[in-house]
Design a protein around this ligand. Structure first.
Ligand code: ATP
Ligand code: MG
Length: 445
């Protein structure tokens, strides 16, 4: 993409209404535009990152054996009356009437609808286990939408639902989700710590939230600093193996890490003092096992193979896909702008032409552009007639992890400059070596 043709309405001034850095930077980099409170348009660059995050979530869910599908955003109130949540959800539910005066709603989550699909089509234990998921827009009429996409009213969420014959099988599904979530967040360059949480209105007592540590986080968290040393890395895991998934769960959840709702001061004080941490975190996901709560309420049963019928054991598992943009920026920025992790960056590499109109510089940039593109990468070429300082400031603001700078002086010696956004370190090399270097970084992801 050539920057001169791209729609990226960068703001020069800091927006006054943005209280936290991720919101400020998303507005300044022209990624989103508010349309009404807590509701945003996703401009091309914001949309690109949203899709990258969504792609990672899809890949990791399918790697774990979960099946993608899509349910409607507008649902009838009937099912929600059946489960008892139509009233329980309160003012957060956006209620709508259609022209026939029927009660409809914009889905805040989809336990009822998925359970209805299940009860219509699945009747036997032989069809289990089953895990279905979607990535779909949700609406919750939050009392205080704020912090940009972090607490929106309309937001993009992955919600997955497992159906199992027994509690043991459903707990395996729970563990499998925990493992897949660890992989998902790490691929986005994030450390998200599973913490024991409160199940609230969802019911059930097995639940973990995944929290990204950040001063601007809305949750107060308490943990043993040893949990921040744990990484999942690129270990191979067999998602069908009960023992392996259980092993990962134990490794990542045995040390103390809790949200304020479940915090236990006495237990916390058993951690050596120098390892006790009280901090803030952003909730980027949550997994639940809630047993037969919805299957009993909605009569979702299967033949148990012994002549009886039994309600299925269920869990639901969410990832805040749109919130993740904010969380990633909170965790990865400096005073000049965003620093995208390679896994989610909107463009793989920036190309800065220091002297647009100079024949050699223009030709070298065009050459780099096609070589990067042929290597399967997406460069963003700043081909505007602007001062070098302005071009660098824009690249730093939008945070592409790698920048190749091309100028007539370097070209006389046959070199361009490759700069890491994260470290700020620059290296001179031939254009061919620059392409090979950037390509190798992404090939290793
Ligand atoms: P919160 O406690 O932050 O209100 P929640 O626990 O009600 O969130 P869940 O029902 O667990 O949310 O939804 C799954 C995920 O969706 C959350 O972990 C979070 O990342 C994301 N999410 C929830 N509410 C919002 C929102 N208003 N805006 C953006 N993302 C959200
Ligand atoms: Mg939650």
């Amino acid at each position: 993409m050539r920057l001169s043709r791209y729609f990226m309405p960068v703001l020069k001034e800091n927006p006054v209404d943005a209280q936290i850095v991720s919101h400020r930077l998303m507005l300044r980099a022209g990624m989103i535009k508010q349309s009404s409170a807590g509701i945003y348009s996703w401009l091309p660059m914001g949309f690109k990152v949203l899709k990258k995050i969504e792609d990672i979530v899809h890949e990791e869910q399918q790697r774990a054996g979960h099946m993608p599908m899509l349910m409607p955003t507008i649902q009838s109130a009937d099912l929600w009356r059946e489960s008892g949540r139509y009233d329980a959800f309160g003012d957060e539910m956006l209620r709508i009437k259609d022209r026939h005066d029927r009660d409809m709603l914009f889905t805040p989550t989809a336990e009822e609808l998925i359970t209805d699909i299940f009860r219509a089509h699945v009747g036997s234990y032989k069809d289990l286990p089953l895990t279905l998921y979607q990535i779909q827009w949700k609406f919750r009429d939050e009392i205080r939408p704020r912090f940009g996409v972090m607490r929106g009213r309309e937001f993009y969420m992955k919600d997955g639902y497992n159906f199992d014959l027994t509690k043991e099988a459903a707990l395996h599904a729970y563990n499998r989700h925990l493992v897949s979530y660890l992989r998902t967040y790490e691929r986005m360059g994030l450390q998200a710590i599973p913490m024991r949480a409160d199940s609230g209105a969802m019911g059930g007592d097995n639940t973990h939230e995944f929290l990204v540590l950040a001063e601007t986080g809305e949750s107060e968290v308490f943990y043993d600093s040893a949990v921040t040393d744990l990484t999942f890395g690129d270990r191979a895991i067999d998602y069908d193996s009960v023992a392996q998934c259980q092993g990962v769960l134990e490794e990542f959840t045995t040390k103390y890490a809790r949200t304020d709702e479940t915090h236990d001061e006495a237990l916390f004080n058993q951690i050596p003092e120098e390892r006790r941490r009280v901090a803030r975190g952003i909730e980027v996901g949550q997994i639940f096992y809630f047993g037969t709560k919805y299957s009993e309420a909605l009569n979702a049963t299967v033949d148990d193979g012994q002549g009886g019928k039994t309600p299925v054991h269920m869990g639901s598992h969410g990832i805040g896909v749109s919130r993740l943009l904010g969380a990633i920026i909170e965790a990865s920025h400096d005073d000049k702008g965003i620093i995208w992790p390679e896994g989610v960056t909107p463009f793989h590499c920036g190309i800065v032409n220091l002297k647009q109109g100079d024949e050699a510089a223009d030709a070298a940039c065009d050459g780099l552009y096609s070589a990067l593109t042929n290597a399967g990468l997406e460069p963003l070429y700043d081909d505007r007639k602007e001062r070098a300082g302005g071009k660098f400031a824009t690249m730093d603001l939008i945070g592409l992890p790698w920048r190749i700078t091309v100028g007539p002086r370097g070209l006389k010696n046959g070199v361009v400059e490759v700069t890491s956004r994260r470290s700020g370190v620059s290296e001179e090399m031939t254009p061919e070596a620059a392409v090979a270097k950037v390509a190798a970084i992404y090939a290793a992801l």
